[in-house]
Ligand binder design. Structure first.
Ligand SMILES: [Zn+2]
Length: 355
């Protein structure tokens, strides 16, 4: 097993070391072993492990507890392994999403031995795949005490900005029905694909809300994302199905989001297939306010869905903050800027020291 002991004092070297342990979702044992070993070497931490999820906690004694969390898995490699450095950039799979962020958490876990808060460091597996394999998701039911805190930071890529809360997402399908007939006698049938036209017109004309919560703007979107219909080249189709995705601001619940979609598509058969709640920005706890001050740039709303929502569901306000550029996540050219890693480490260290 590769040891991280020599790299842990330097977040840049540690980023490279983590990138150079391949950990495509489902293959996180080796990287988790390495992270566990270096955490166990830190005397001020209590370390526990469940599968490929690790929880390292400072001992209680401060007025509030904060979580720093990150996933250790990556999407599949794409001729971008191992890492290499070009000037101020580290290239490689997972550099932005999110081994540079995980490196900050691991670096601070081992080196920040007198934090002003009780701190929980969480490292988990399978974030880049289906939710039922997600390590953090499993822990919310099996070890909810590991997530207990007043405030959490997820070190997902935000390019050094604070992205607070997250939007919810809902999928629905809308079905139009008609009556089959031979296309040579089309007046005997009812064309369900033509019937879908009005649904598409409503979606096309939909004016999405822009909502500001705690100074963070969330921009909604309601869109058709796929459409199916048709029987054969000589048959008037009797059914057409449109899949719709609604990205909604966190001031709506999942049920309210579903009601809204039904209202927009009133008169049609709407079936909700699944949804995930958003998360309010939650910037009011003292550690959160101090963190915003430490970053020194006003927070913005997170538009995508992230694991902050799992913390929010447990009543823990959470935000995203990481050195990677989210636009580079999952790309072949994925890279991270070394100055962003150093700046992120400095901000987090100052905040954890309480100065
Ligand atoms: Zn990620």
């Amino acid at each position: 097993m590769r040891s991280l002991a020599t790299d842990v004092a330097d977040p840049v070297a540690l980023t490279r070391a983590l990138v150079d342990i391949e950990s495509v979702s489902g293959n996180e044992k080796e990287i988790t072993d390495a992270v566990e070993e270096v955490l166990r070497s830190a005397r001020h931490l209590d370390v526990a492990r469940s599968g490929n999820v690790i929880c390292a906690r400072t001992r209680p004694g401060r007025p509030s507890r904060v979580v720093l969390a990150g996933h250790l898995d990556t999407v599949p490699l794409h001729d971008n392994f191992p890492s290499y450095v070009d000037g101020e950039l580290i290239y490689g799979c997972g550099t932005a999403d999110m081994k540079s962020g995980a490196a900050l958490a691991l670096h601070l876990a081992v080196t920040a031995d007198e934090p002003a808060f009780d701190v929980t460091y969480l490292f988990y597996d399978c974030e880049e795949v289906e939710a039922d394999r997600n390590g953090l998701n499993r822990i919310t039911t099996q070890q909810p005490d590991w997530l207990a805190a007043d405030f959490a930071i997820l070190l997902e890529p935000t390019y050094g900005l604070v992205e607070a809360g997250c939007q919810g997402t809902l999928r629905a399908s809308v079905r139009t029905v008609g009556r089959r007939a031979h296309s040579a006698r089309s007046w005997l049938g009812i064309n369900a694909i033509h019937g879908a036209g009005e649904v598409l017109r409503r979606l096309g004309a939909y004016e999405a809300r822009r909502v500001v919560i705690d100074g963070c703007e969330y921009r909604e979107g309601l869109n058709a994302v796929s459409i199916r219909g048709g029987v054969a080249g000589n048959v008037i189709p009797d059914a057409c199905e449109i899949d719709v995705n609604f990205r909604f601001a966190p001031d709506r619940s999942e049920a309210e989001a579903a009601d809204h979609v039904r209202e927009v598509l009133d008169g049609y058969a709407v079936e909700i297939s699944d949804s995930a709640p958003g998360a309010l920005p939650g910037l009011t706890p003292a550690p959160a306010r101090r963190f915003i001050d430490a970053v020194g740039v006003p927070p913005i709303g997170k538009l995508g869905w992230t694991d902050v929502s799992r913390f929010a569901a447990l009543g823990v306000p959470a935000l995203n903050f990481g050195p990677g550029d989210p636009n580079l996540a999952h790309t072949r050219d994925e890279h991270v800027e070394i100055p962003k890693i150093l700046a992120g480490a400095e901000i987090l260290r100052r905040w954890l020291r309480g100065r």
